[in-house]
Ligand binder design. Sequence first.
Ligand SMILES: [Zn+2]
Length: 331
Amino acid sequence: MSFKDIKGQEIVIHYLKKVLGKDALPPTFIFSGMKGTGRLMAAKTFAKALNCLEESLDSCDKCKNCVAIEQNVHPNVNIIGIKEEGLLGIDEIRSISDLSFIPINGKYKINIIDNADMGTQEAFNSMLKYFEEPPDRTVNILIVENVDTIPDTVRSRAVELKFKPLSINTVKELFVSRGIDAETAELLGHLSKGSLERAEFYTKEKVLEHRKDFIKGFLEFLKEERPVASVVAQWKSFYRDSFERESVNFLFESISDIVQDILLVSHTKDTEHIVNVDFLGYFADRFFTFPKEKLLGIFDILNIGKKSLLTNTNPMYIMFDVVFKIKEVVK
Ligand SMILES: [Zn+2]
């Protein structure tokens, strides 16, 4: 992976290449933006370019250093992925702020902290001095969705680079280059909502077919042509009875997308921003006169449901509650 492989982030890449041509680097970078926009890929490519034995403004992708960094085994590059809140522990902090570490080959040490939003304020505070003035030839890259979670003291000394959501066309072209037919690639572009990671989820086995059944089932439910028990049974089988917070959240998002699509088609005539673009004709034929108040009512129910998911309430119960409330709104 070199800079040319990172699509849709021309401004960021242009800046990183410019920095590579200079003698002094900023001590800390913040790569902000939604997941699936190439933040980690760009961080690793930057680390490769800083350590490359052949090139200075990009990764050659062939030398010993580039290959080792790509495989996550190069000692100069320390990647820490925080999965849960507060999991930036003492060991990770030590590995980041190890002052005795000297980068091999006289190159750079790069600390990449993925999901840095999840780091606690205490963890950042304990490393404050380090983020402000890291040792010679050390660069920190914090990868975040929401930059406001990073303490101002760290932010003020860092260079922030914003990663844009990917355009439908960028995602489409990426999938076409991977051998996917143009029609499916276009659909994936719409389903991505700017995130390649999200689009890739739909390329897993059977997910696209399940999605079609799910949408058809939900639309019938909206038209009161399918009983609520059948809708719940369908969802349960998709999720194999395991309703985790994450899967219920995804379910609510998928319903939001459908409702928003219907609103766009029937009330704004905007078809460019439709997510479920393969259902465009169906929405237009069967939902053109569907009352706007009902659609907005469903949005409210989903938003309340999403908030409930942040509490300790059983996710499966929240899902039941939401589907029965939607039933009340549509009748
Ligand atoms: Zn190289």
